[in-house]
Design a protein around this ligand. Structure first.
Ligand code: PMV
Length: 308
């Protein structure tokens, strides 16, 4: 009745922003991500008949985690409470997808501790209900989440394994403070943005292009599309009512510096101030040197969630 799982954070290359179904966490659009080797969550779940309530670390969102344990209990047809312990390899909630790695690890550890065996697809669907982006931290490497039109059709799958392409995501830690507006709350305002419709209609062509760039390992095309989608999502966020701005002055400074293109590197930012700089393995040392005044987490493409 006890299991430990590790799951990576992921960086969205094509972002998920806006839900078609709030409760089931069905997204308005398909998204693509890469798992990060240097940013992961390790979670242990133990069910026990000695407990009278779930024991969850204070720093975590208790209600959301209990709701997720309830989904697992209901799938397993059991009522035991659980002790959850968890550890991040990176600062939580600063926009480096701690909810993605957290809910992916909780899903795999919880399901296993409850004695269930699930396919990757079933795990991805269950993780999605805890946090949308968590469904992308279940499969290996480079991942596509097709939005689907029901719970059973909205899940992520691997496009290419982690070993497919030796690229880097150099994560620049601008702030390790907890973000003020969590993505799940911020996303509720997406439909108030006059830019959302244009984003949604541009996405199918952009996704096709990035899949082509991935297939041909065309890094310049890939990087440009990642940047384009990042700016597009943040334009939606910043034009929501009320507007949502996750960038600090430092974020903008680094983004502008990368965009000078003095190095063959591209930039993307999720729902937080930290900056992800993408480059090929051969250029890692130059990127690291240029941003050496910051705390950096160097990521390679990584495997999905797995048991310890
Ligand atoms: O599923 P959440 O609540 O972690 O939302 C993720 C939102 C972004 O990180 C901004 C985009 C994404 O696709 O990961």
């Amino acid at each position: 009745m006890k299991a430990t799982a590790v799951a990576p954070a992921n960086i969205a290359l094509i972002k998920y922003w806006g839900k078609a179904d709030e409760k089931l966490r069905l997204p308005l659009n398909d998204s693509i991500s890469m798992n990060l080797s240097g940013a992961h969550t390790t979670t242990t779940v133990e069910f026990s008949d000695a407990l009278t309530a779930d024991e969850i670390p204070e720093a975590l969102e208790r209600e959301r985690i209990v709701a997720h344990l309830d989904r697992i209990r209901s799938a397993a047809g059991m009522r035991l409470y659980a002790t959850v312990t968890t550890r991040n390899s990176f600062p939580a909630a600063a926009g480096i997808a701690s909810s993605a790695s957290g809910f992916a690890a909780l899903t795999l550890a919880g399901v296993t501790a409850a004695g269930l065996t699930m396919s990757e697809k079933e795990l991805s669907i269950l993780a999605r209900m805890g946090s949308g982006s968590a469904c992308r931290s279940i499969p290996d490497g480079f991942v596509l989440w097709e939005k689907g039109n029901s719970s059973g059709t909205s899940f992520a799958r691997s496009l290419y394994p982690a070993s497919y392409w030796d690229i880097r995501d150099i994560l620049v830690i601008v702030s390790d403070e907890e973000k003020k507006i969590k993505s799940s709350a911020g996303m509720r305002g997406a439909t108030t943005s006059p830019r959302l419709a244009a984003r949604l209609s541009a996405l199918p062509a952009r996704i096709e292009k990035i899949r082509h760039a991935l297939q041909h390992k065309d890094f310049a095309a890939f990087g440009s599309l990642v940047e384009e989608d990042c700016l597009d999502m943040h334009a939606v966020m910043q034009s929501q009512n009320p507007p949502l701005n996750y960038w600090s002055d430092e974020t903008k400074k680094i983004m502008e510096d990368v965009k000078k293109r003095e190095l063959p590197a591209y930039v993307t930012v999720d729902a937080g101030p930290n900056v992800h700089i993408l480059c090929e393995a051969k250029d890692e040392a130059r990127v690291v040197k240029r941003y050496s005044q910051y705390t950096l987490i160097i990521n390679k493409p990584a495997h999905g969630a797995h048991l310890l």
